[in-house]
Design a protein around this ligand. Structure first.
Ligand code: LMR
Length: 370
């Protein structure tokens, strides 16, 4: 094969056919130099053949970027996926996981996925609206889910699937939802009543619904990348934030926040996504194996969520750095009443149909106006 390719190239060159020289050779290469090069290549041909063959057997590499610590539900699920992808494909796929915003921060990772610089991500559901898929912000509506079971009725059902399919036009294929859990609020002053949020600058993710949520509490929302949040809290450029306890703890935010309130007012979860062109171009058997690995990793994420958040809370408590406040029923009811206004306010942005679909799937009853 080597010999015949080289002969063809040589003959083409001799006949003045420039296809080979124009693409592969600088224009000023002389005939004799070209001939010497071809002969050299012919000599190396048998040596290069195994290299070429090895290259054709090189594993398919999937770069999986994310912004959280490895010791979180998402971090664990991503690592598990990497291991299972290798096992289930017999080493034909190698997943390289880049945690903790090592490779990209929130906004850049989305761009990198669309450009194909990375193949896989699991951004929080709050981060898809900047791509133009505003419906994803429905997951940010405060108090829309009362528990993980209600959430799973959406993510495991047709409403969740319909939302994922909206990503296709953005060059992204949605593979699964991974759970994290419900968010707590933190600041350097106790957050018991709605009035306690007044005037606080609160770091949020890039979601207009989360912005409206903070404004409903008379706080000032500030969008910041996850990787910048600890430093911003430490320097005082923001006063507080919201996240599930596992994120709060693994980013050491509790070291720079004196108070945490267990409000569980909103949900944080992820969509596992791949670059569509990459995914569609995979051999069928590889895609099937990866689909299986994602399904298993989903189980890992969902099983870890509650445990990790409980362990994180215990660790925060044990650190003695942060006071944890459990809201009374009256305090929670007051917070809920203040925040449910956001559902109506943001219906125009999210789409009322999407909100109603979720209400229906979960059995949510909007409280009657008093
Ligand atoms: C955040 O930015 O607060 C979270 O989305 C981070 C994450 O991925 O859990």
């Amino acid at each position: 094969m080597w010999e015949s390719t080289i002969c063809t190239a040589f003959k083409a060159h001799e006949n003045g056919d420039t296809r080979f020289t124009h693409t592969a050779m600088p224009l000023n290469v002389t005939r004799s130099a070209f001939a010497r090069l071809l002969l050299l290549a012919a000599g190396f041909g048998p040596l290069l053949a195994p290299l070429v063959q090895a290259q054709s057997q090189a594993p398919i590499v999937i770069k999986f970027s994310h912004v959280v610590a490895t010791d979180t539900p998402k971090g664990k699920a991503a690592d598990y996926f990497a291991r299972r992808a290798a096992e289930l494909t017999g080493g034909k796929v190698r997943v390289e996981v880049f945690p903790n915003s090592q490779l990209y921060r929130d906004k850049e990772e989305m761009e990198a996925l669309q450009l194909g610089a990375v193949q896989m991500l699991a951004p929080s559901l709050s981060k898809f609206a900047p791509l133009g898929v505003k419906e994803f912000e429905v997951f940010d509506l405060p108090f829309i889910f009362d528990n993980p079971q209600e959430l799973q009725k959406v993510t495991n059902g047709p409403v969740g699937q319909a939302l994922l399919s909206k990503l296709e036009t953005r060059g992204i294929t949605g593979l699964a939802y991974w759970n994290n859990g419900f968010k707590v609020m933190s600041a350097n002053r106790p957050l018991r009543n709605v009035a306690d949020y007044q005037g606080l600058r609160m770091r949020i993710q890039s979601s207009k619904v989360l912005g409206a949520q903070m404004r409903a509490l008379n706080a000032t929302p500030q969008v910041l990348a996850f990787s910048e949040t600890h430093a911003a809290l430490q320097s005082g450029s923001v006063d507080g934030t919201e996240n599930p306890p596992s994120n709060l703890y693994t980013q050491r935010m509790h070291e720079v926040q004196k108070h945490v309130s267990l409000t569980y007012h909103g949900y944080l979860g992820y969509a596992v996504v791949v670059n569509k062109r990459f995914w569609d171009g995979l051999p069928k058997d590889i895609r099937a194996a990866l689909t299986q690995a994602v399904a298993e990793a989903t189980q890992v994420a969902n099983d870890s969520a509650q445990k990790d958040n409980q362990a994180a809370l215990a660790a925060i408590r044990a650190s003695g750095k942060t006071q944890i406040h459990q809201p009374s029923a009256a305090e929670r009811a007051q917070l809920k009443a203040a925040l449910l206004t956001v559902h109506k306010e943001m219906a125009g942005r999210i789409g009322d149909e999407t909100i109603q679909d979720i209400y229906q799937a979960t059995g949510f009853h909007a409280p009657r106006p008093h």
